[in-house]
Design a protein around this ligand. Structure first.
Ligand code: NAD
Ligand code: DAU
Length: 355
């Protein structure tokens, strides 16, 4: 079996669902269930003995040691993190705690477990660290996309904490020989995406007739990858990636934010027409994110060249599926819009005057 951390969050839950469907191999899922973790994402596995859910913190060393001893996983896939840039600006402490200290504790526990293994079990063990393209910093409009050797230049408390975790993972391999692999992925989107991030926020706000808050001039560029493609890439890297290597994962879909928002409005106009007119009438330019990175772009050719991985979805197919998913899952949306969610929205958008 494998141990997944953060498997009740957006990407982690998609990964657990995808993993069990694709491989049938059992998963121990360690997740603290912060505001971003949601067991409703894993409802379809409620009666499935191949999914063992444990609520707990990656920073709890006795708990992690016990899970490793009891279940003897052949790999750890580490998703657990504080993941939202805007939240890291309002409160960086939790990001240092989980992304830096938590990853440190997990690495130490993994090292202890790996040292206790013998022979082929020791050779086969992997620590797969799930990271982000944000560690590379911001690109100018004509710069080539990030390769795996691009210097680290993190610009937000979130990306700095992820960069720190990447460096520790590298060092645990270099110093102790821990068999690690790191993947750095671009912006994901798809089912179960918590509606504080751009794409789900725009969908749920549009449907509620609320403003669609575009930061700054809306010309910041991100590369977008459908979440199931990220899951298939991790499966591939876990199976055949080289120990000690890093792999970039991306969708070859560079788009400015305003284009994303207009695309979502266009799809909603088609799939759920509003008598009041196009959803685009709700687009509102608001004060920019401090330190906002202008452009990310991923060069994913290493993964294609070495492991033959390519995304299955184009942006056009992926975004259509995503909008449809939110239309079909109104109950999930209303459940995640709890008091805590409403407090966050009030906090993040209250002091952003419309530009
Ligand atoms: P998310 O915020 O949706 O989920 C994070 C999960 O981790 C939640 O279930 C939460 O409860 C859990 N968690 C948080 N702190 C924990 C702790 N101390 N112990 C145990 N569990 C804890 O995040 P996501 O968008 O699914 O991202 C998952 C990973 O992928 C993160 O490491 C993130 O940096 C990385 N990543 C995300 C994206 C993206 O576009 N979302 C892109 C590239 C990389
Ligand atoms: O690049 C990978 C990263 O993508 C991951 O490492 C992070 O975990 C993930 O959250 C995501 O970070 P971003 O900051 O790019 O995602 P977010 O959805 O918050 O914002 C995407 C873009 O949209 C960004 O340029 C900011 C802008 N934005 C966001 C929100 C929430 C808006 O214009 N308005 C908004 O209300």
């Amino acid at each position: 079996m494998i141990l997944v951390t953060g498997g009740a969050g957006f990407i982690g839950a998609n990964f657990v669902l995808d993993w069990i469907e694709a491989t049938g191999e059992p998963v121990v899922n360690l997740d603290a269930l912060t505001y971003a973790g949601n067991l409703a994402n894993l409802k379809s596995l409620a009666q499935d003995s191949r999914h063992i859910f444990v609520q707990g913190d990656i920073g709890d060393r006795p708990l992690v040691d016990k899970l490793l001893k009891d279940h003897q996983p052949r790999a750890i896939v580490h998703f657990a993190a504080e993941s939202h840039v805007d939240r890291s600006i309002h409160g960086p402490g939790a990001f240092i705690q989980t992304n830096v200290n938590g990853t440190f504790t997990l690495l130490e526990a993994a090292r202890g477990h790996w040292m206790s293994l013998q022979g082929s079990a020791k050779d086969a063990f992997r620590f797969h660290h799930v990271s982000t393209d944000e560690v590379y910093g911001s690109l100018k409009p004509t710069d080539p996309p990030f390769t795996e050797t691009h210097p680290y230049e993190p610009n937000s408390p979130y990306s700095a904490s992820k960069a720190a975790s990447d460096h520790m993972v590298r060092a645990w391999h270099h110093t102790y020989g821990l068999p690690v692999i790191t993947t750095n992925c671009s912006n994901n989107y798809g089912p179960y995406h918590f509606p504080e991030k751009l794409i789900p926020l725009m969908i749920v706000n549009a449907l509620a007739g609320k403003p669609l808050p575009v930061y700054g001039d809306g010309m910041q560029v991100r590369d977008w990858l459908y979440v199931k493609d990220h899951c298939s890439a991790i499966r591939e890297v876990l199976a055949r990636g080289k120990v000690g290597e890093t792999y970039n994962i991306g969708g070859w879909n560079e788009k400015p934010n305003i284009e994303i928002v207009k695309t979502i409005c266009g799809l909603l106009d088609e799939l759920r027409p509003d008598a009041g007119g196009s959803y685009a009438r709700h687009i509102t330019y608001v004060t920019d994110r401090p330190g906002h990175d202008r452009r990310y772009a991923i060069d994913a050719r290493k993964l294609e060249r070495e492991l033959g991985w390519k995304p299955a979805e184009t942006f056009e197919t992926g975004i259509r599926k995503t909008v449809q998913w939110y239309l079909d899952n109104a109950e999930w949306v209303s459940q995640v819009q709890s008091g805590a969610y409403r407090e966050w929205v009030a906090r993040n958008y209250a002091d952003r005057s419309t530009a």
